[in-house]
Design a protein around this ligand. Structure first.
Ligand SMILES: NC(=O)c1ccc[n+]([C@@H]2O[C@H](COP(=O)([O-])OP(=O)(O)OC[C@H]3O[C@@H](n4cnc5c(N)ncnc54)[C@H](OP(=O)(O)O)[C@@H]3O)[C@@H](O)[C@H]2O)c1
Length: 284
């Protein structure tokens, strides 16, 4: 697997998004753990999670617990894997997603994540989403404090605008930005380019558009299927390979709930597309 960098850490060019293991229509934990193991065997060394990836309420932290369990039961070296978790989203248990960016809440959330992951310091801690009721600088100020206290090795942000990226960087060293980006959702192009200019990692979330089958990309995106057919691979692989070529800082984190899909996605790191193919995919 080709590698890339997030701050001081070397990670695989493609990561694993853990969210599908924990929401309402999740697979069994056994299947989730088998999928994490398949990712690790395929060379993936970046796993994205969050305390909120759960069904909410008492289930909070389900994803972090599952990933910790998968790493513990893996035959390889878990110290080579960067687990990137997040705080700032809350699921009360009624199916909704709320935000809480208050510093005192973020401190409690970080400490709970440390316990669930069973580590002394979180490798990458990301502020999940700005809270309109809390000044951004206050939330980011707590991220810095957590880093100063040694609870967090590196700090990232998510769902941030260019202005928020700049504001966050004025407070703490930001190593990554995680925003929604896929063929059908490209409105974070500005943030992607800002990250490229700054040399910090850009982690597209829902890189496959939150879809489970290529056809759902829509007929406008038939070109992904055409290029896939030409290479004898899946359109999801083409999508991820195209994304990797947009800028060297791009590290997609495709979600998966089955070993087959994450193995297929991991292989995108080795898929070479021609300039002509890239141009056609970008124009789709
Ligand atoms: N920061 C944020 O606010 C935020 C928000 C949403 C998500 N995220 C992160 O981003 C990650 C990715 O987003 P996502 O999970 O919503 O959506 P996604 O990566 O766009 O799509 C995931 C779905 O695509 C299918 N898939 C993956 N690879 C495939 C392949 N090679 N061939 C065919 N199907 C494939 C999977 O199906 P199977 O389930 O059948 O394997 C999975 O259900 C999440 O897991 C989470 O870590 C972050």
């Amino acid at each position: 697997m080709r590698t890339n960098h997030i701050g001081e850490a070397t990670v695989s060019a493609i990561g694993l998004g853990g969210m599908p293991f924990s929401l309402e229509d999740r697979p069994t934990d056994e299947q989730g753990i088998a999928t994490v193991h398949a990712a690790l065997e395929a060379g993936i060394t970046l796993i994205d999670t969050a305390d909120a990836y759960s069904q909410g309420g008492d289930d909070t932290g389900h994803n972090e617990r599952l990933i910790a369990q998968a790493l513990k039961s893996w035959s390889g070296d878990p110290s080579e894997v960067l687990v990137a978790t997040k705080g700032g989203h809350v699921r009360p248990g009624d199916g909704s997603w709320q935000v809480d960016g208050r510093p005192e809440y973020l401190r409690d959330a970080c400490e709970a994540s440390l316990g669930r992951l069973g580590v002394e310091a979180i490798g990458l801690y990301q502020f999940h989403r700005p809270d309109p009721d809390v000044p951004y600088a206050e939330s980011i100020g707590m991220m810095k404090q957590l880093q100063d206290e040694g609870k967090v090795r590196m700090v990232g942000i998510s769902n941030a605008t260019v202005t928020q990226i700049d504001e966050a960087r004025s407070i703490v060293d930001i190593v990554s930005v995680q925003n929604q980006f896929s063929p059908s959702y490209r409105s974070s192009e500005g943030e992607l380019q800002r990250c490229a200019g700054l040399g910090i990692a850009f982690l597209p979330w829902s890189p496959l558009g939150g879809i489970s089958s290529a056809s759902k990309l829509g007929s406008r995106y038939d070109v992904f299927q055409e290029v896939a057919d030409a290479h004898g691979v899946s359109p999801q692989q083409v999508c991820l390979a195209w994304m990797l070529g947009l800028a060297s800082v791009v590290i997609p984190i495709p979600g998966s709930s089955r070993p087959e899909t994450i193995r297929d996605s991991a292989a995108a790191a080795d898929l070479d597309l021609s300039e002509d193919e890239r141009a056609r995919l970008s124009a789709a």
